[in-house]
Design a protein around this ligand. Structure first.
Ligand code: WT7
Length: 655
């Protein structure tokens, strides 16, 4: 293409604000009938049988939805199934030799598991887990990076009915301890280390530090990822994965029959308070929902090579690297490392090598690719791609269009999928073969999902006005409760907009949004004290308590400020105790304190020392104002502050 043609194309793209799904895609799509929205509406909640039908049930369910005890909804009650059997055993006859997991290490080493091989590994490890005493309903914690043993361990647990609780490997030792304690988890599966940008990272020491903070005895299984080059010692109650599995070579374990409503896993996530929330997902509803959305939205077919470039340590990886794709019997790609190692074309090299059909990633990555420039994707043949997806934070239209043009070659639909740890799977997105795409807007709620944008009193806002997302009907993938905290479950998600008197239960995801005349929802971001850094969810309270944990810090506020690549970055405003100096050492101590308490993802972008924090008359920190200061924006009304004078001082110090 000549430069002038290219410039014309750029100009056209820049102006275009709606895109039709490509013909070639529509023709082959799993779901292409626009009537699906109405069909779900007319037949709700029975419409969700379509999701359940994607699974094999050992016993049929009696009821699709049980709403006797709202908001403690139950789905597919009476049904019995096993998640591991659905992800493995049932594919053996037809797809035993097809690749289930295609793994690539950061150094270029590869491992691939056919369904038959994965089945074998999972069975052996399930037998091993049983042999060390793990029983049905014991919570097993996993603290592992992107290595095949992580999904193997998850499926092995699912096989024996032991719920897993995966802690993101980038989280700190403290974070691991908090989560193991909260769940009374007596088993940990971890590894010696992994590679990041070519360096071998020691992970086991961090895991061991975490174990020091666990209040009860725990048995640990350690995977040897780094091999003989890196020696590691095992402590008391620590077992080597390979040795343990070798003792159970060739053994099989019958999948335990689980109730649809039995817990499949827990996932701890951040909220308004300092204590992480243990989001509980179940076997029948969750698995049906992720299989259905992977089928309808990601257009996954068994013969595809599908790649979600997220980390299994977050919900995106649970739902769309492990459970959704494996339930559908496809090939799921796993990559251990970073996208810029050894070079900035690593992702495109992987797409080309394996002939990836669908790529699902986050806006933060797309913005980085855009910054690096199209020379990197241009080096590779990306024509195998059929669909692109994005998730985790709002995507700006410019990044959307770049993705559409330079990665999708204008031939792949993009699905901008809004959902949360709590929702289990996607909620708001276009269906890729139905309806147009509008860059920057996630789209309408999925068929069967009832979401709206409302004002403070719960009334729908006019098109274009800002309001809050609400969901006024349950869905199969929904969280069932917060583990051991039903009260918090009700107060966090249901109290804001529900009217128990009239039995109207409305789920509040704590996101701001607007809606257009076509019912397309544009997500504006969190309205609670949660910061979204590169699609990772962090609680401001957790960061603040880490900062005040540093010797010499009297008080602190953490907020999210805009960041070109990360979406949001952490800004810390700290008051020091008398006798402590506002120094670089103090800044470093705060950075270290936060990294140690939470992990490197929470590392503050900027630390501003201040003698005071802006507070309302009732003593609440006015975070909104600090966000404006971080973003160097005009400040709104400061008259309600108890100490308005402090504002210009903080602004001055922030420059
Ligand atoms: C929060 C949930 C969904 C899995 C990864 C994050 C934000 C998520 C989008 C999107 C705009 C989005 C929301 C949501 N978010 N997807 N497509 N557009 N914002 O899961 O850690 O539970 O975070 O991520 O603010 O509430 P999570």
């Amino acid at each position: 293409m000549s430069d002038s043609e290219d410039a014309q194309l750029e100009a056209r793209l820049a102006e275009q604000d709606a895109f039709e799904p490509p013909e070639s895609f529509v023709e082959q799509a799993n779901v292409s009938d626009p009537g699906i929205y109405e069909a779900f509406e007319d037949d709700w909640p029975e419409c969700w049988e379509r999701a359940a039908e994607l699974l094999d049930w050992e016993r049929d369910y009696d009821e699709v939805l049980d709403d006797v005890e709202e908001p403690f909804y139950e789905w597919f009650t009476g049904g019995k199934l096993n998640a591991s059997a659905n992800c493995l055993d049932r594919h053996l006859a037809d797809r035993g030799d097809e690749t289930a997991i295609q793994w690539e290490g950061e150094l270029g080493d590869t491992r691939s598991f056919s369904y038959a091989e994965l089945h074998r590994e999972v069975n052996e490890f399930a037998a091993a887990l049983r042999s060390i005493g793990i029983e049905e309903d014991d919570v097993v914690t996993m603290y592992m990076p992107m290595i095949p043993e992580l999904p193997i361990a998850m499926l092995a647990c699912a096989r024996i009915g032991a719920p897993h609780s995966v802690v993101f490997a980038g989280f700190s030792a403290d974070a691991l301890a908090t989560r193991m304690n909260a769940a009374d988890s007596e088993y940990l599966i971890t590894c010696d280390g992994y590679y990041r940008r070519g360096d071998a990272l020691d992970h086991l020491s961090k895991a061991n530090d975490g174990l020091d903070g666990v209040e009860h005895d725990a048995t640990t299984v350690v995977v040897d990822r780094l091999g003989p080059e890196s020696e590691h010692d095992l402590g008391e109650n620590q077992l080597d994965y390979d040795e343990l599995v070798a003792d159970h070579e060739g053994e099989t374990v019958d999948p335990v029959t689980r109730d649809a409503e039995d817990m499949l896993f827990l996932m701890y996530t951040s909220g308004t308070t300092g204590t992480p929330k243990g989001v509980k997902h179940t076997t029948g509803g969750y698995l049906s929902y992720v299989a259905w959305t992977a089928h309808a939205v990601l257009d996954v077919k068994p013969e595809d090579t599908y790649w979600c470039a997220a980390d299994i340590g977050w919900i995106t990886g649970h739902s769309y690297i492990v459970y959704g794709p494996l339930a559908l019997g496809t090939t799921t790609v796993m990559y251990e490392g970073t996208p810029d190692y050894p070079e900035k074309d690593r992702l495109w090299e992987i797409v080309e090598t394996y002939g990836v059909d669908q790529l699902y990633t986050a806006p933060t990555a797309i913005r980085a690719f855009m910054k690096w420039g199209e020379t990197y994707p241009d080096r590779h043949d990306l024509s195998s791609l059929r669909l692109l997806g994005t998730v985790g934070e709002p995507i700006n239209p410019r990044a959307w269009k770049w993705y559409y043009k330079h990665i999708g070659g204008e031939e792949c639909p993009i699905v901008d999928t809004w959902w949360q740890t709590e929702t289990g799977g996607m909620m708001i997105t276009t269906l890729p073969a139905v309806g147009e795409m509008k860059p920057g807007s996630a789209g309408p709620p999925l068929p069967g999902v009832s979401a709206d944008v409302v004002d403070e009193s719960g009334d729908p806002v006019a098109a274009g006005e800002a309001g809050y997302v609400t969901v006024d009907r349950p869905w199969p993938g929904m969280l069932r409760t917060l583990y051991r905290n039903d009260d918090r479950f009700v107060s966090e998600y249901w109290e804001g907009y529900s009217d128990p008197e009239t039995d109207e239960w409305v789920y509040f995801p704590e996101d701001g949004a607007k809606i257009d005349d076509d019912g397309y929802i544009t997500i504006l971001g969190r309205v609670d004290d949660v910061i979204n850094v590169s699609g990772h969810r962090l609680g401001t309270m957790e960061i603040e308590s880490a900062v005040v944990g540093v010797e010499g810090v009297a008080e602190a506020a953490a907020v999210g400020g805009d960041h070109d690549l990360k979406g949001e970055a952490v800004y810390v405003y700290a008051i020091l105790e008398d006798g402590y100096e506002e120094s670089e050492e103090m800044e470093q101590a705060i950075v270290d304190g936060v990294t140690e308490a939470i992990g490197p993802i929470a590392r503050p972008e900027r630390i501003v020392f201040t003698p005071e924090l802006p507070k309302t008359r009732s003593g609440k920190i006015m975070r909104r104002l600090l966000v404006d200061i971080a973003n160097s924006e005009e400040l709104g009304d400061t008259s309600t502050l108890r100490n308005p004078d402090v504002v210009s001082d903080i602004q001055e110090r922030s420059r």
